[in-house]
Design a binder for this molecule. Structure first.
Ligand code: NAD
Length: 250
């Protein structure tokens, strides 16, 4: 198998579960030097142990910080700089889902969701792009969502935070292209992860019924698209939003 990320230095946020964990595993198989983020080291213990067991030659280190806290992001990137000195790929994957009908939405919920899902992308991209400029370029991949493109009832807050990710992606793609930093987003549809396990049975079935291909996606389906955008396979692709949704939009 050709390794698509040999010696590439990669930071993946929210890598302790779901899509982030699947991406970390796939990237390890493709020879990346991995820096995995979660809020605390414990959340990553299982993922790191499995990667080190299955890919003993891989370099996999933990950089724990809360992506929703700008000061913590700054400290996290200072640690990353001490360890790695440069960065080739950033996957802004960390995010939260907290649904509520608009009448029930609280200010705390709005602030927490936008801080975790949108502001985090700005802060991490700011520090990452400085590091990438030092090494002549890089790739930033942001996790948006199909809800950020088409909306959904009960998801004004989450959908707004994920639509913001698309706006951030498009602007950063324009701003950073000359520095050879590509910025793209993936917009997953309905993917089997701890995030979707929390949905009530009725909603789960409704989502399932809206998928043209007739089945829920796997975290590895999204990880494969992130690998494409991270690697030189997409060397001339920037400012794109790649749907990974089994045909929910067609
Ligand atoms: P998940 O809950 O398994 O993964 C999210 C991870 O982010 C968790 O490990 C969580 O601990 C971490 N995280 C949350 N807030 C954090 C913070 N402040 N600092 C550091 N880490 C934090 O869910 P997932 O489905 O794997 O989601 C990954 C991304 O994909 C999210 O951005 C999500 O919005 C997006 N997404 C998922 C789906 C889906 O159907 N599962 C669909 C569209 C978009």
């Amino acid at each position: 198998m050709e390794k698509l990320l040999s010696k590439k230095k990669v930071l993946i946020t929210g890598a302790g579960s779901g899509i982030g964990a699947a991406t970390a595993r796939l990237f390890a198989a493709h020879g990346a030097e991995l820096y995995l983020n979660a809020r605390d080291e414990l959340s990553l213990a299982e993922v790191v142990a499995q990667i080190q067991h299955d890919f003993p030659e891989s370099n996999c280190e933990v950089i724990a910080f809360d992506v929703s806290d700008p000061d913590a992001v700054k400290a996290g990137f200072q640690t990353l700089f001490k360890k790695a000195k440069s960065l080739d790929v950033l996957v802004n994957n960390a995010g939260i889902l907290d649904d509520a009908l608009i009448g029930m939405v609280s200010a705390k919920q709005v602030e927490r969701t936008f801080a975790s899902n949108s502001f985090s992308v700005l802060y991490c991209s700011q520090y990452a792009s400085r590091l990438m400029q030092r090494s002549g370029g890089g790739s930033i991949i942001n996790l948006s969502s199909i809800i950020g493109r088409v909306g959904n009832q009960g998801q004004a807050v989450y959908g707004g935070s994920k639509a913001a990710v698309i706006g951030i992606t498009l602007s950063l793609a324009k701003e950073l292209a000359a520095a050879q930093i590509r910025v793209n987003a993936v917009a997953p549809g309905f993917i089997e992860t701890p995030m979707t396990e929390q949905l009530p049975a009725e909603k789960y079935q409704q989502r399932l019924d809206s998928i043209a291909m007739g089945h829920i996606g796997k975290a590895t389906d999204v990880a494969n698209s992130i690998l494409f955008l991270a690697s030189d396979m997409s060397a001339y692709v920037t400012g794109q939003v790649l749907g990974v949704d089994g045909g929910m939009l067609i």
